[in-house]
Design a protein around this ligand. Structure first.
Ligand SMILES: NC(=O)c1ccc[n+]([C@@H]2O[C@H](COP(=O)([O-])OP(=O)(O)OC[C@H]3O[C@@H](n4cnc5c(N)ncnc54)[C@H](OP(=O)(O)O)[C@@H]3O)[C@@H](O)[C@H]2O)c1
Length: 225
């Protein structure tokens, strides 16, 4: 993700890569020249990125999944002093899917059996995917449930699949399905860049792709800031 991100930014005339963090390189020095940080490392890397962004007071876009409770807490605390987008899926399609399943769940209530299934490449470290959990959490909260215990998760690891997700809501008489599939991880890169461009104009706070896409969005006028 880091390499794809750097390559995409280099191709855009209005953006510049201020630096790329690698193991052993000086993160604080790198942030001195940056307007925004985009983190696609792994949870232990994110801990270092969050504290460096807070120290330098630089907006942070973080897409790392599999963070534990303490790491999530540090994200929330950082967002008290800087603008921060955290999202386990930066694709525009998943943001729309999340919104759709939230609305469907709020209308249907708990009578429907919900399954969230996902397929990813064999190199993926976390399971179920952060996106599957995020969709499950959105459904549970829309149904007024405190956790995802009432939702079934299915995960499959196969070949080089970049990411397929499907949410199925079922009763004995009806089945409703919502599916999303990406053919290239470039969609996450583009979503992260869009989030970064939006974030530098925002005050301190914790945001998600829902905010990047829908905050200030007027469906009637299609105006988006
Ligand atoms: N939100 C989204 O839309 C989205 C999309 C795709 C992926 N992701 C998430 O993004 C993360 C990265 O995915 P990926 O597929 O690019 O993983 P990856 O290929 O394993 O790359 C992770 C990179 O982070 C570096 N890194 C990890 N820990 C570090 C540390 N402590 N200090 C310095 N560098 C560190 C690794 O360096 P080394 O090579 O030296 O180990 C590697 O370059 C994962 O959490 C994945 O789930 C999110």
């Amino acid at each position: 993700m880091g390499q794809a991100l750097a390559a995409s930014i280099e191709r855009q005339s209005d953006l510049t890569v201020a630096g790329i963090w690698r193991r052993g390189s000086d993160l604080a020095a790198l942030l001195a020249d940056a307007d925004v940080v985009i983190d696609f490392s792994l949870p232990e890397g994110t801990e270092l990125v969050v504290s460096a962004a807070v120290a330098a007071r630089i907006p942070l876009v973080c897409g790392v999944s599999g963070l534990n409770e303490a790491q999530m807490l540090s994200i929330q605390q950082a967002a008290e002093s800087l603008p921060l987008v955290y999202d386990r899926n930066m694709s525009l399609g998943i943001a729309i899917l999340e919104r759709s399943v939230r609305e469907a769940s709020a209308s249907l209530g708990g009578d429907f059996d919900v399954t969230v299934s996902e397929v990813h490449h064999v190199h993926k470290k976390d399971s179920p995917s952060g996106t599957a959990l995020k969709l499950g959490e959105a459904i549970a909260s829309a149904r007024g449930e405190s956790g995802t215990g009432g939702i079934k998760f299915e995960a499959e690891r196969r070949g080089e699949v970049p990411g397929d997700h499907e949410v199925t809501m079922r009763t004995a008489t009806e089945t409703l399905s919502f599916a999303h599939s990406v053919t290239t991880r470039q969609v996450f890169v583009e979503g992260a860049i869009r989030a970064a461009q939006w974030l530098v104009r925002q005050p301190a706070g914790l945001y998600s792709m829902q905010d990047v896409l829908f905050r200030n969005y007027d469906p009637a006028g299609n105006s988006r800031k």
